[in-house]
Write a protein that binds this ligand. Structure first.
Ligand SMILES: Nc1ncnc2c1ncn2[C@@H]1O[C@H](COP(=O)(O)OP(=O)(O)OP(=O)(O)O)[C@@H](O)[C@H]1O
Length: 286
């Protein structure tokens, strides 16, 4: 499924998903293009996993959804040749040895590189002869990520990929993702609650809340449109053309987040900084 460079890999319009009378997704529109690393960020129960499952053709939905121009539920096998997915619950066969599991993936996935997997594995304490059920929870997740990283697909869909991993391994995984992205022009759609850690590798962020997308913005644009004012004394923004979208009063300082505000006017009130993704997430979900 080779596509031309400008074609959207994922195209979603008016996507809704109901569980009984409960709406998990409400008319979601989202397009993911080639070379993008998109972070799908939202509070618990926002609909992130549901959206990824729809993209993977694992659940029924209403609305329009194509991946590589195909409907996932109808062309799942073909679609999986060009994309890889890791769910938030790692499920590897515990009775297998690591080497057998990698051989199994090699036999079943045409784009799996066994030599790449072996190379990645050498940087970990996991040995080829280890039985999977003797590995710690974090090591199992790590093995799963290695298997996924060694599949050379154009699109990676990752649901909470680093859950349960220590900070060193999380950082290593993110660095490898970026290397792959720059080297191979892959696209990545990733959900995570580790907002602050993922921030540096994203090109775009999508906030989702109660089944609806509340913000969809390139990281560069986010840095120019939003700012954070920090002051050690109480701030009074009365009279400013833009009011803060969020204010946090701490014992030692006051922080306020603004959108499309005049930074020069704000500088009279405190230090004007670029908000972190976490700041923005809290501001838009409070
Ligand atoms: N199989 C299901 N049956 C009924 N309701 C479901 C099912 N799966 C998800 N939901 C509901 O749909 C909503 C969205 O769930 P989803 O798992 O997509 O959230 P999420 O953003 O991934 O949350 P988290 O960050 O906690 O993993 C929630 O209200 C959830 O209870």
């Amino acid at each position: 499924m080779q596509q031309d460079a400008n074609q959207a890999l994922i195209k979603i319009a008016g996507l809704s998903k109901y569980y009984g009378s409960k709406a998990a997704l409400k008319s979601v529109d989202l397009t993911v293009g080639r070379g993008e690393i998109v972070g799908l960020i939202g509070p618990n129960g926002a609909g992130k996993s549901t959206l990824l499952k729809a993209i993977m053709g694992l659940i029924k939905y209403s609305g329009s959804l194509t991946v590589f121009g195909q409907e996932p539920m109808k062309n799942r096998t073909k679609m999986l040749e060009s994309m890889s997915y890791i769910a938030d619950v790692a499920s590897l066969p515990g009775w297998m040895k690591v080497s057998d599991m990698l051989s199994f993936v090699a036999d079943t996935h045409p784009k799996f590189s066994r030599s790449r997997a072996d190379e990645l594995l050498r940087d970990t304490p996991i040995r080829q002869q280890d039985r999977i059920d003797t590995l710690s929870k974090g090591m199992k997740t790590r093995l799963h990520l290695i298997a996924i990283l060694a599949i050379e697909t154009e699109l990676l869909v990752l649901d909470e990929p680093t859950l349960g991993l220590d900070v060193l391994v999380r950082r290593d995984f993110q660095d490898r993702l970026v290397q792959d992205y720059y080297n191979r022009q892959r696209s990545i759609l990733v959900t995570t609650h580790q907002v602050d850690e993922i921030e540096s590798i994203l090109t775009r962020v999508v906030f989702i809340k109660e089944g609806s997308i509340t913000l969809d913005i390139q990281m560069d644009e986010l840095k120019t449109r939003y700012c954070k004012v920090v002051s050690e004394s109480p701030m009074n923004f009365a009279g400013l053309p833009n009011q803060a979208i969020y204010q946090r009063n701490l014992p030692s300082k006051v922080e306020a987040i603004f959108m499309d505000a005049d930074r020069e006017l704000l500088s009279a009130h405190g230090d004007v900084l670029t908000p972190s993704l976490e700041d923005l997430f809290v501001a838009t979900n409070s």
